[in-house]
Each structure stands twice: as C-alpha cells, then as structure tokens.
Design a protein around this ligand. Structure first.
Ligand code: AHM
Ligand code: MG
Length: 335
C-alpha cells in the first residue's frame, strides 16, 4: 500500500483472505479462510508469550532433546501445543506435522479433513533468551487423492510446488505475518491495541538484486570449496561492496532478504552434509514465498519446490533470495 499507515484503509487479515477468496475462488466454501484464521490466532497467542518472555515462564530449555537432536526450549513446547489447540477444532484439518513432534499428529481421520498443516512453531527459539527476533513458519498441503487408508506419509511427503499456502510470522519490534496462496505475498502487522493483524503490504516483491549476503561465516572451513570461493569473491573489489548480515533466526534473515534483497545461504557442512534447515517446515514454505515475490530458492542442484521429500524431518541445503544474488552463488558452487 502506498498510503501512510495513518490514512490507509484498515483491513484485517480475515477480511483480506475472504476478499481474495471471493475474487479468485468464488466456489470456495470459506473453510480455508477459517484455517488461516486459526493459524493467525495461534500466532497471536505465541506473540503474547514472546512479548512477556522474562515475566512469564517461557525462557530457557525444558532439558529435553527433540527427535532432531536439538535442545527443546520451553517456548517450543508452548507454541506447538498452542497451534495444536487452535487447529484441532477445525474439521478440515486432518494432519498436523511439527518440527517439534517425532511423528505426525492425526487430528481427524475423515477425508473431509483435507488439509495438512506443517509447522516450525518457533524458528530460532534459542534466540528468545536474548531478545533476538524469532518466528513461526507454516506450510499447507491438501490431502492426496487415491492414497490407501493409513498411508499418512504419502499425504505428507509432497514436493513444495504442491503447497496451497505458506507463510511465516516474525516476532520482532512488531509482529508481522506474511502469507501466500499462490497469488502474491501479503503482509500484515499485528496491532496490539485491537489484537488484529492489519494489512501493511500487498503484493510484496523482492528486489531482483541486493548487496547483502547472509551466512554463518564461522563455518568457512567446513563449507564446500565452491561456497568458499563465493565468500572470497563477495568480499573482493570486483564484487563491488557487499554487506554481511546474519541474525541466526531464519525467519528474520529471510524477512530482511525479502524486503531489501540479497541472498541467504545455509550450505552443506562437513558436520551436516545435507545442511541444517528442514525441507518441509522451513525451505519449502519460504521457497514458495520467495518465488511468489519474484525471488528464487535452490539447494544448489535443483529448485527447492521440485524436491520430493523422503522423510519427515529431512534437511536440505538452502540458497534463497534475489535471483541475481542466488545466481552469483551458483556460479561458484554447483554441487
Ligand atoms: P531451529 O528451527 O531449531 O531454531 O533451527 C534453525 C535455525 C535457523 O533459524 C537459523 O537460520 C539457523 O538455525 C542458524 O544455525 P547456525 O547457528 O548453525 O548458524
Ligand atoms: Mg527453524
């Protein structure tokens, strides 16, 4: 929107979703709008917990280690259960998959429960203890037709181009939700005074170039040769003056890249040959958003959205951002 926040028309996320649905899918029942509404509600509850971190008991670790070998934060558990409670009431959500759960949760067996919702409930959760931005990422798939009863994984392991919606929420100086259903990327800012997400940017586009690169440089020695070569080039006079920004919360690093342009890179390392980030809850949804905003996402070999997942918690290398900047990386690194 071009207008200043003071004069722009006020539109909530619910109004926006219904409006777009009426425009593009007049046949729709409205079920899908309810689902996005439930996700918005869950993230408002999480935002409230995050805002009061330090006052209520959400800081630190539970002492448990999750299925992926990572320390579970108290906020991870709270957020995961909040999402489950918000989605569980919806007849149309059949399966919930979370980075925090070992196995998918079957919420409803019926075929009418056609949606599968995948989450990273709190991305970058270890950062909450030090007041650094964190986020929630989600991806929505539709149940596949013709799958035999009980074959849950066949519904879940779909390539990213099958997503019917994806989005993220960043909990930061303000709380912002971005989502796409395949007709552009739209952003909403949570207005704490009225407890509603208000439209702040419609049809967001990622700048086609951007002189910022975002990578954990400390792993230089364990990156592949090609990535090391890119990192030498990007600092050279020839590259013409790039800046480095790395927050260590994917949502925050991605949000900046989306708005300002640039590239985010999490390559394979010697310790993590498939990279660290998860295909289903991180790379796919952000890849969908990047593409919808005119950017791109690859694992170095292929488009992220074309990868066929083989396991729930599968990891993938990720290069995501402005087209020209991703191409620069690929000109040095072709695994
Ligand atoms: P999480 O989802 O378990 O919090 O982990 C993913 C996070 C990303 O937010 C971030 O991009 C990455 O881990 C940072 O990893 P590293 O500390 O290796 O740079
Ligand atoms: Mg994460």
């Amino acid at each position: 929107m071009d207008k200043s926040p003071a004069t722009a028309a006020i539109k909530t996320i619910q109004q926006h979703i219904l409006e777009r649905q009426r425009l593009h899918h007049p046949e729709a029942t409205g079920e899908f709008s309810w689902l996005l509404g439930a996700i918005a509600l869950a993230t408002k509850i999480i935002a409230d917990q995050v805002r009061r971190a330090g006052l209520v008991d959400v800081l630190g670790s539970t002492g448990d280690i999750n299925v992926q070998g990572e320390e579970v934060q108290i906020l991870d558990v709270l957020a995961n259960e909040t999402i489950a409670r918000c989605l569980g009431y919806h007849d149309n959500v059949g399966i919930m998959v979370s980075e925090e759960d070992d196995e998918p949760r079957i919420l409803k067996e019926s075929e009418k429960a056609e949606y599968i919702v995948l989450f990273d409930p709190v991305d970058g959760s270890s950062n909450v203890d030090v007041n650094v931005s964190i986020g929630t990422i989600f991806s929505i798939l539709r149940r596949r037709e013709g799958v035999a009863a009980g074959r849950v994984m066949d519904h879940i392991l779909q390539p990213g181009h099958q997503q019917i919606a994806a989005g993220y929420v960043i909990y930061s100086s303000s709380t912002v939700m971005a989502y796409t259903t395949g007709d552009g990327v739209h952003m909403f800012t949570l207005d704490p005074a009225i407890g509603a997400y208000r439209l702040s940017r419609e049809g967001v586009t990622m700048p086609p170039v951007g002189k910022t690169y975002s990578i954990n440089q400390a792993y230089y020695n364990v990156f592949p040769d090609g990535v090391q070569k890119y990192l030498e080039w990007v600092k050279s006079d020839e590259a013409g003056g790039y800046g480095l920004r790395y927050i260590g919360s994917l949502v925050a690093d991605f949000h900046r890249t989306l708005l300002k342009g640039g590239v985010f890179i999490y390559p394979p390392t010697r310790k993590a040959p498939e990279g660290k980030l998860r295909l289903l809850y991180e790379a796919n949804p952000l890849g969908f958003i990047a593409e919808q905003a005119g950017g791109t996402a690859t694992d170095g070999k292929q488009r992220i959205l074309d990868k066929t997942p083989t396991a729930l918690h599968e990891r993938t290398p990720l290069v995501i951002g402005s087209k020209a900047e991703v191409d620069h990386v690929l000109s040095f690194w072709r695994p």
